[in-house]
Design a protein around this ligand. Structure first.
Ligand SMILES: *Cc1c(COP(=O)(O)O)cnc(C)c1O
Ligand SMILES: [Zn+2]
Length: 405
C-alpha cells in the first residue's frame, strides 16, 4: 500500500532506507519522520475505509499490501460527549476520547501494533523498551502475540501496579532499574544499538505512525469536522506529535481544512516542554528529578520535545502545567460526572482544560476534545489513596441499614 514512504530526519533532511534499523539521524542526531508521497494516496481509501481501529487506515501506514499485522484490535475507542463535565467547567462543547479502552488499557497499543509489525518484518531477535509502565505493558502483549522476546526496563518503585502486572503476566523479561525513566531510556538505547534488539520507545518513528490514527478517528466520529482544540497529557511527547501529524495529513490530503490547536499538559513537577514553550525556546532544558503522582508523565527529558514544540506552535496551541492536586480533582470529577475512569496522567488533560478556561486562554464556546490516555485500573494504589475506604459492617440487615442510609 504505502510502500513508497521515506524515513527522513526532521532537522537535516537526511534519508534512511526502510531496511536500516535507525532511531535518530546518523548525521545530526535529529528525530526521524516517516514521509509519504501524498499525491499517490487515494483519498477515497481514507474516507471510505472499511474495518475498525488502527489498520483501517492502512493506506496511511508504512507497509505494503501483503503485510500481515500483529494486531489485537487496538484503536476504535469511543469519543464521549461530556455535557455534565462541560457544564461544571463552564464550556459548551466537550468530548473525551477514552484511549484507556484500548486492549492493554492505554493508547500505547496503537503504536505497538505498528512497531511490532515492523519488528517482525525486519526479523529482529527481540524487542525492548524503557517505560513508566504502559509502554512495557503494551509491548509485552504485542511481543507475546508475535512470539518474540521482550525486554523492559522500569524505574524501580515508580511504576503503577496494574502496568507491572501486565508486563509480568505477558512474559516480558523485566528489570527494575535503580534510576528514573530518563536513565532507563538512556541505557536501553545503548543496549538496542549494541545488542541488536529493536527499540520500541516513542523515539521510534514507526510507533508514532500508529498513534496518529487517534486524529483520524476523532475527525471521522465528528463527521469529518475538525475540533477547535485537542488537549492531552505530555510525557515523552510522542503522542502529541503523532496526533498533530494525523491532523496534518488529513489537511494535506484535502479531507479537512484546519488543524486543532494542539494543547499539551504536563505536571508541575515535570514540565520541560511547558518551560521551553513559555520561554519561546526551541530546545528543552532536561529536569533531573521529575516528580508527580501522574507516573506516566514523570519524565524530565522528553525525547520527542522538538516535534511536540513544533506541533504546539504551528497549530496555535499552548503548553500548560497543572499541580498533582488539580490532577486528582479532575480525575475524580471525570469519574463522577461522566463515568470515565482514568489514571492520573490522563486526568491532566481535564485539569489543564479547567485551568486554561479559568485564566481565559480557552474560549468557552470552543469545540474541545480531551484525550484520556490510560485506564483507571492501571493505578489502583492511587485510588486507594484518594478515595474513602469501604466501611466494615456486621452481616446483619439492621446494622447494614444503619450504615448505608
Ligand atoms: C505514555 C503515556 C502518556 C505520555 O505520552 P507521551 O507520548 O510520552 O507524551 C500519557 N498518559 C499515559 C497514560 C501514558 O501511558
Ligand atoms: Zn539529521
Amino acid at each position: 500500500m504505502s510502500e513508497a514512504y521515506k524515513v527522513e530526519c526532521i532537522r537535516c533532511g537526511a534519508r534512511f532506507s526502510k531496511e536500516d534499523i535507525v532511531y535518530t539521524c546518523r548525521k545530526c542526531d535529529g528525530l526521524l519522520d516517516i514521509k509519504y508521497d501524498y499525491s499517490e494516496i487515494d483519498v477515497e481509501r481514507v474516507v471510505e475505509a472499511k474495518g475498525e481501529g488502527v489498520w483501517k487506515y492502512r493506506v496511511l501506514l508504512p507497509f505494503d499490501e501483503n503485510t500481515k499485522p500483529v494486531t489485537i484490535n487496538e484503536g476504535n475507542t469511543p469519543l464521549y460527549r461530556c455535557d455534565r463535565l462541560a457544564k461544571s467547567i463552564g464550556i459548551t462543547n466537550l468530548w473525551v476520547k477514552h484511549e484507556g479502552l484500548n486492549p492493554s488499557g492505554s493508547f500505547k497499543d496503537r503504536g505497538m501494533t505498528v512497531g511490532v509489525t515492523k519488528a517482525v518484518e525486519l526479523g529482529v531477535k527481540g524487542v525492548a523498551c524503557a517505560s513508566t509502565g504502559n509502554t512495557s505493558a503494551s509491548l509485552a502483549i504485542f511481543a507475546a502475540k508475535a512470539g518474540i522476546p521482550c525486554y523492559v526496563i522500569l524505574p524501580k518503585g515508580k511504576v503503577a501496579l496494574g502496568k507491572v502486572a501486565q508486563a509480568m503476566m505477558h512474559g516480558a523479561k523485566i528489570l527494575s532499574l535503580r534510576g528514573n525513566f530518563d536513565d532507563a531510556l538512556r541505557i536501553v538505547r545503548v543496549l538496542c544499538e549494541e545488542e541488536k534488539l529493536y527499540l520500541l520507545n516513542s523515539v521510534n518513528p514507526y510507533r508514532l505512525e500508529g498513534q496518529k490514527t487517534i486524529a483520524f478517528e476523532v475527525v471521522e466520529k465528528l463527521e469529518w469536522e475538525v475540533p477547535d482544540r485537542v488537549i492531552l497529557p505530555v510525557g515523552n511527547a510522542g503522542n502529541i506529535s503523532a496526533i498533530f501529524k494525523g491532523f496534518s495529513e488529513l489537511k494535506t490530503l484535502g479531507i479537512t481544512d484546519s488543524i486543532p490547536k494542539m494543547t499539551g499538559i504536563q505536571a508541575e513537577g515535570a514540565k520541560p516542554v511547558v518551560n521551553a514553550f513559555k520561554e519561546g525556546k526551541e530546545e528543552i532544558i532536561p529536569e533531573d528529578k521529575p516528580e508527580t503522582i501522574a507516573s506516566a508523565i514523570r519524565i524530565g527529558n522528553p525525547v520527542n520535545a522538538a516535534k511536540a514544540l513544533f506541533a504546539i506552535r504551528d497549530s496555535g496551541g499552548i503548553a500548560e502545567s497543572v499541580t498533582d492536586g488539580e490532577i486528582t480533582e479532575a480525575q475524580l470529577e471525570l469519574a463522577r460526572l461522566e463515568g470515565i475512569g482514568v489514571e492520573p496522567a490522563s486526568a491532566a488533560s481535564i485539569a489543564g482544560l479547567k485551568k486554561l478556561v479559568e485564566i481565559g486562554e480557552i474560549e468557552r464556546d470552543e469545540g474541545i476534545v480531551c484525550i484520556t490516555t490510560g485506564h483507571l485500573l492501571k493505578d489502583p494504589e492511587r485510588v486507594i489513596e484518594i478515595c474513602e475506604t469501604p466501611k466494615e459492617v456486621d452481616a446483619d440487615v439492621d446494622a447494614v441499614r444503619k450504615m448505608m442510609i
